[in-house]
Design a protein around this ligand. Structure first.
Ligand SMILES: Cc1cc2nc3c(=O)[nH]c(=O)nc-3n(C[C@H](O)[C@H](O)[C@H](O)COP(=O)(O)OP(=O)(O)OC[C@H]3O[C@@H](n4cnc5c(N)ncnc54)[C@H](O)[C@@H]3O)c2cc1C
Length: 389
């Protein structure tokens, strides 16, 4: 049953329910309430307000400018909590290559959520914590139901045929840890050992803390014995593998479970009055940009579609999919190439570090040699000198 009604001056007033208070649900809620203060915007979240997983999330310079276009005040708030850097480092078997010319920031996921919660509350969004929605029918007293409930979305999974959901488990295994060491830049550490190929993606998100994502290919998962270990043993083993990178320190656990990346795709992004955003809609491989950034961009795209179409929700959903899908498709193609690169990393770990880094930079087809020369002149000068030697 639709809850849409007209207020005293005959303007449509909508009631929007959002499942999930992650970055996509909260930012969408905020933008909608700010634009249409009379609309009722409610968010339902299974966890408490300060429960979170993961450590720091990365936002590229481009992601920040997207956020700023939608609302510059949020970027000002976030910047005071962010760590920023302009180089990327690749360390192959102990040899470091510096790639200049990028612009990235990272922030603690908990702080990001706190900031988003604060702006939502100030705008008048209603948020109910500790309220798990298992059956979307229980929230049908609204005009629009937004599924922002993450990669394992219960709302989406209630209609797999209607959304045309496809779930693909990738081959590599990974776990997300924290580490008490502030790395100077976004760094990828690759190690070739007798028991396999290992990769660590690490970046600081506070002056003292970094996120550390450890990754192995399918062959290494078995050959190193990781497959047969408990989670505690896997953490200790990973500390040993990366001991030089973490200064013989310890990995901090926060639901840090080794798993395979799961790619979620949906053919149709809406069904009846339900629309999918963020990880519920599509997950992204972190190697081509953070899921957080993509989730927030989805919220902005759906909000813009509402701005263009008003309370005609079917026109809004159609516009959202037709305008956002080409961008997501382009990223998906880049992600597929990046995934293939990581799945075959073992065969590349004997390359010269500069050749390896060049190969890495061009892996998705998005970066070209011309762009590298323009954007990363310092790295390219070294590469050209090495290639010509
Ligand atoms: C273990 C892990 C660690 C990660 N760490 C990082 C990181 O460090 N950096 C990074 O950039 N990205 C990280 N990611 C990816 C990133 O979290 C997501 O891509 C991004 O948060 C997507 O935002 P979202 O709002 O769509 O979904 P989520 O952030 O997943 O938010 C979904 C919300 O919905 C709630 N929810 C789920 N089901 C229900 C339900 N049935 N009823 C009510 N509430 C529900 C969840 O509790 C959650 O709060 C991590 C992902 C995982 C799985």
């Amino acid at each position: 049953m639709s809850a849409q009604y007209r207020n005293a001056v005959g303007v449509s007033v909508m009631h929007i329910n959002i499942v999930g208070a992650g970055p996509s649900g909260l930012y969408f809620a905020y933008l909608m309430k700010k634009t249409w203060p009379a609309w009722r915007i409610r968010v339902f979240e299974q966890n408490a307000h300060d429960d979170t997983f993961g450590f720091g999330v990365v936002l590229s310079g481009r992601a920040l400018s997207f956020l700023s276009d939608a609302d510059s005040s949020i970027v000002d708030r976030l910047l005071t909590h962010m760590q920023t850097w302009s180089d990327q480092h690749i360390i192959l078997n102990g040899k470091r290559v510096v790639i200049d010319g990028s612009s990235f920031s990272a922030i603690s996921r908990l702080v990001l959520l706190e900031q988003l919660q604060n702006i939502c509350m100030a705008a008048g969004v209603e948020i109910e914590y500790r309220r798990r929605i298992s059956d979307p029918a229980r929230l049908s007293d609204c005009d629009v139901l937004v599924a922002a409930d993450g990669a394992n979305s219960a709302v989406r999974d209630a209609f797999p045929q209607q959304f045309g959901t496809e779930i693909i488990d990738l081959k590599n295994y990974f776990a997300w840890y924290g580490v008490k060491k502030p790395y100077p830049a976004h760094t990828l550490t690759f190690l070739s050992r007798p028991d396999g190929a290992f990769c660590g993606h690490h970046y600081r998100y506070t002056p003292a803390m970094s996120t550390f994502v450890a990754e192995v290919d399918a062959q290494t998962w078995t050959s190193s014995g990781l497959a047969d270990m408990s989670e505690d043993q896997r953490r200790t083993f990973s500390e040993d593998v990366f001991h030089a990178t973490i200064d013989d320190g310890a990995f901090i656990d926060n639901r840090s479970i080794w798993r395979r990346y799961r790619i979620v795709k949906n053919k149709t992004w809406h069904h009846r009055n339900i629309v999918l955003i963020g990880d519920a809609l599509r997950t992204a491989h972190p190697s081509i940009g953070s899921g957080t950034r993509l989730a927030i961009e989805d919220s902005i795209a759906l909000w813009r579609a509402f701005q263009a179409e008003g309370s005609d929700i079917f026109a809004t959903f159609k516009r959202f999919q037709s305008e956002r899908e080409p961008v997501r498709d382009k990223l998906n193609r880049a992600a597929e190439l990046s995934i293939a690169w990581y799945e075959s990393m073992a065969g590349k770990l004997q390359m010269h570090p500069l050749d390896f880094t060049y190969d890495y930079m061009l892996r998705t087809g998005v970066m070209t040699q011309e762009r590298l020369i323009r954007d990363c002149p310092h790295f390219m000068a070294q590469f050209v000198a090495h290639a010509g030697a």
